[in-house]
Design a protein around this ligand. Structure first.
Ligand code: ADP
Length: 258
C-alpha cells in the first residue's frame, strides 16, 4: 500500500484525492469558505474512515491551488499549473496535449510537450467573464442550478449573443434579456458560446500550433453543453476526463514522488 493525498485548495472548491500507487481510491470536494485547513482536514478524515486506514498509512500530502499554503499538514506544495500538467499528462498516457482549465476565477490554457513539459501558458484572471464565477452569476440571475445548464442548453430554440466582455455588463445584459421575455435556455446557450469564444481567443496562436488533443478540465468541464460549444468554436474534438474537477488534485498527489 502506497497511499498519498493531493489537495487542491481552489478559489471556489477544495478538492481532495487519495491515491494508492497511481490509482485514485477516494475523491471528495467541499466549497471553499473561511477555515480552509479545517475543511480540508475533514475531507481527509472522511476519506480515511471510508478506506478503513489511519493517517499513519499516508506517505505524504501535497497541496496546490490558491490556498495551498494554508494547509500546514502538507509535506510539500506545488503550483496549480504544474499539478494540472502532471495530472492530465498521466491521464493522457504521456502524450502531448493542450489543456483549457476553467476554474472558479480564472481561465488558463497550457500546452504540454510529449515529455509533459509546459511549453506554452496563458491565463485570464483579470475578469470573471469566462470563469466559473460567470456561471455562478448566471445561475443566480436565472434561479437555476449550474448542474441543469447542460440539459437546458439542449432545449434552446435560439442562441442569444452575449456580447459583454465584462461580468458586470453581462449581468445587466442578461437582466435586459430576461425583461424582454427571452428564455433561460437561449441565455444559457449564449453563455456557453460566449465562454467558448473567450477560451478560443485566449488560445490564439497556441491553437494554430496544435499540440495534440485538446482537453477541457476544471469544474465547468462537467457541463457537456459547454464542451459542445467549445467544439463548435474550435472546430475540433474537445476531450473531458472523468471527474475533470479533480485533475489538479490528482497531479498534486503524483508530485509527492518527484
Ligand atoms: P477552483 O479550482 O478555482 O476552485 P473549480 O475547478 O473547482 O475551481 O471549478 C469551480 C467552478 O465549477 C464553479 O465556479 C462552477 O461554475 C463550476 N461547477 C461546479 N460544479 C459544477 C457542475 N456540476 N456542473 C457544471 N459546472 C460546475
Amino acid at each position: 500500500m502506497n497511499f498519498k493525498i493531493g489537495l487542491d485548495l481552489g478559489s471556489t472548491a477544495i478538492k481532495m484525492v487519495v491515491l494508492n500507487g497511481e490509482e485514485v481510491v477516494n475523491r471528495k470536494h467541499v466549497p471553499t469558505a473561511p477555515g480552509q485547513e479545517v475543511r480540508a482536514q475533514k475531507l481527509i478524515d472522511e476519506a480515511l474512515a471510508e478506506l478503513g486506514i489511519s493517517q499513519n498509512h499516508i506517505h505524504g500530502i501535497v497541496s496546490t491551488g490558491y490556498g495551498k499554503k494554508l494547509f500546514m499538514g502538507a509535506n510539500k506544495h506545488i503550483d496549480e499549473i504544474t499539478a494540472n500538467a502532471l495530472g492530465l499528462f498521466k491521464s493522457n498516457n504521456g502524450e502531448a496535449c493542450t489543456i483549457i482549465n476553467i476554474g472558479g476565477q480564472d481561465l488558463k490554457v497550457l500546452t504540454l510537450s510529449d515529455t509533459g513539459q509546459v511549453v506554452d501558458f496563458k491565463m485570464n484572471d483579470k475578469c470573471a467573464a469566462g470563469t466559473g464565477r460567470f456561471f455562478e452569476l448566471v445561475a443566480r440571475l436565472l434561479d437555476t442550478p449550474i448542474e441543469d445548464f447542460e440539459h437546458l442548453s439542449r432545449f434552446a430554440e435560439t442562441e442569444l449573443e452575449l456580447n459583454s466582455t465584462c461580468v458586470v455588463f453581462a449581468e445587466s445584459e442578461i437582466v435586459s434579456l430576461l425583461a424582454k421575455g427571452e428564455s433561460k435556455d437561449s441565455i444559457i446557450k449564449g453563455l456557453h458560446s460566449s465562454v467558448a469564444r473567450r477560451a478560443a481567443g485566449l488560445m490564439g496562436h497556441m491553437l494554430l500550433q496544435g499540440q495534440g488533443v485538446i482537453y477541457l478540465d476544471g469544474g465547468p468541464a462537467q457541463n457537456k453543453g459547454l464542451v459542445e460549444a467549445m467544439e463548435d468554436e474550435l472546430l475540433c474534438e474537445v476531450k473531458v476526463l472523468p471527474y475533470p474537477q479533480f485533475t489538479v488534485a490528482y497531479g498534486a498527489a503524483l508530485a509527492l514522488d518527484l
